[in-house]
Design a protein around this ligand. Structure first.
Ligand code: TNX
Length: 529
């Protein structure tokens, strides 16, 4: 054989070899790095490949399901460069496609669970309720190569290991809070925050709308709240507020991601911005100066003036009317200058007004000092005994222990942003805890869910937000979603380490903690060669 003939034969053989290897490539779905870790994963050892002819098929023609299909397509289209049309169908589609249906097992999956089945031919997302399909989409994202998250076109192949995942949440309330009172963040930042928490199957976005340093939403019947109270922020910079139209846009954006917005109006303390806007809300009738420092606990609404309750009724009424979710957060924390004998009846009246407008109360754990309706919820951040007092009144709890879940806590003494009054919170200490075992006398049956708040005294822009939120938030999301029996720090940190490329492709400015064995795509190529 001539030399060139030999080269051609060798080339064809190599191509054949490569092709047949790809065909027979052995995969293991159980080895994929997923956060939160799913309830059950079974592998079948081969792979599905997305291609330029792939489409997303929706069983039936429900607008809502088409919306979920489009959400998935919006993630896949930029990086794959494929058209991925979203079509309705009455039967399972042919090979190479994605199939979304509501034929999942109601009893097994509940309201938010899903069944994700990947064969060589088809990816099938099933659930009993649409929310479950949305979470199946989040899992599917994590099964694709990290570069799927990139906004620019990337080279394939877009393969997924075959097998089955059955998954559903451990807690019904899985949230994060953003404090826009201390520093103001615009609608686009808020939407990105919502996108980031949605990617880890959180379902509540708690928006801290008022504080001493700022009032951040238009109230039509009390216009100076936003005009004056919204004009500044910590450090004295020019701030802002959301119009009610902005707020509706946020609520809608969240709803499309199966996220409930919980608006918080902190009271009777943390109200300096309101007290600066309207003199009549002060007991002495004198407006306070705007405040741009970071002290807490110095302000209070005048609890024995009737106008205070008219004010509450107007504010709660206007916002409840544009909030589809069932909750209204009344704050109630750190009211150090409100005497307890005034605080208790104030909380009871605030609760009554929230009920009048058709919502249930959430408040920080101090509200347990007041007589509460058993449908009210205490958010435990500081004192377990307050949590216990709420439970003894028949209330459920949201757990946000500051030394575990506060995203504004510094990672260690070298962290430039954040505070450390509760603790330095490295990735391990925010991950290694079990809500059901944290406090004596408080069990899983008392806990509605988990929330990770980001207070923003020291946080001024999206990059800084991301640095404090990532990578702790995925761990909190896993605590809220996954069964305690599947959670383990040693394996979690390896899974988290494999998110480095995903975070990079999502443009997330994360803290590269030394506790985590970060692996980027180029590292994994190096080790496999
Ligand atoms: C305590 S947590 C607060 C906030 C601060 C935060 C800072 C809570 C209910 N109150 O007002 O921003 O600490 O970490």
């Amino acid at each position: 054989m001539r030399n060139t003939d030999f080269r051609i034969v060798a080339f064809i053989a190599a191509l054949f070899f490569k092709f047949s290897c790809a065909e027979k490539e052995i995969t293991d779905l159980t080895k994929e790095s997923l956060i939160p870790i799913p309830v059950s994963v079974t592998a079948t050892g081969s792979s599905f490949e997305l291609n330029e002819n792939s489409a997303i098929y929706i069983s039936g023609d429900s607008e809502e399901l088409i919306g979920i299909g489009e959400y998935l397509a919006d993630i896949l289209r930029p990086s794959t460069g494929y058209n991925l049309p979203v079509n309705s169908t009455s039967q399972a589609p042919s090979s190479g496609n994605i199939y979304i249906n509501l034929e999942g097992d109601e009893v097994l999956l509940g309201n938010e669970g899903y069944d994700l089945t990947i064969t060589e031919d088809l990816i099938t997302l099933s659930a009993d309720q649409p929310a479950g399909l949305f979470y199946a989409v989040q899992t599917l994202r994590q099964l694709l190569p990290a570069k799927v998250e990139n906004n620019g076109k990337q080279e394939g192949p877009w393969k997924i290991s075959t097998g089955n995942i059955i998954d559903y949440p451990n807690y019904t309330y899985r949230g994060s809070m953003l404090d826009v009172g201390r520093h103001f963040f615009g609608v686009e930042d808020v939407k990105r925050y919502i996108d980031l928490i949605a990617a880890f199957k959180m379902n509540v976005f708690h928006l801290g709308l008022t504080n001493d340093q700022g009032w951040r939403i238009e109230i039509k019947s009390w216009p100076k709240l936003a005009e004056i109270g919204g004009s500044t922020e910590v450090g004295g910079g020019e701030a802002g507020f959301y119009t009610q139209e902005d707020y509706k846009e946020i609520v809608q954006y969240a709803a499309e991601r199966y996220i409930t917005v919980v608006p918080e109006f902190d009271m009777p303390g943390h109200t300096n911005a309101a007290l600066a806007s309207y003199p009549e809300l002060n007991c002495d009738g004198k407006a306070r100066d705007l405040y741009t420092g970071i002290e807490v606990g110095f302000s209070t609404l005048c609890t024995d003036k009737e106008i205070t309750y008219e004010f509450l009724d107007d504010v709660i009424g206007e916002i409840a009317a544009i909030t589809p979710g069932p909750y209204f957060h009344i704050g109630g924390d750190e009211s150090h200058v409100t005497p307890m004998e005034d605080y208790k009846p104030f909380i009871a009246r605030a609760e009554e007004i929230v009920h009048k407008h058709g919502k249930s109360v959430i408040g920080w754990d101090e509200i347990a000092h007041a007589e509460l309706d058993p449908g009210s919820i205490a958010q435990v951040w500081a004192r377990a005994e307050n949590g216990k007092m709420a439970v003894d009144q028949g209330c459920k709890l949201i757990l946000s222990p500051a030394n575990k879940t506060y995203l504004d806590m510094q990672y260690d003494s070298t962290t430039q942003l954040g505070l450390h009054w509760a603790a330095y919170v490295e990735i391990d200490s925010s991950y290694i805890w079990d809500p059901a075992k944290l406090y004596p006398g408080i069990g899983k049956e008392n806990i509605l869910g988990i929330e990770a708040p980001l207070w923003t005294e020291t946080i001024t822009n999206m990059e800084e937000i991301e640095y404090m939120v990532f990578p702790r938030l995925p761990g909190i999301a896993e605590i809220a979603w996954s069964p305690a029996s599947l959670r383990d720090w040693e394996t979690y940190k390896v899974r988290l380490g494999k998110f480095a490329s995903r975070f990079d492709n999502m443009d997330i400015n994360y803290y590269a903690s030394k506790q985590i064995p970060w692996v980027t795509d180029s590292d994994s190529l190096k080790t496999s060669n």
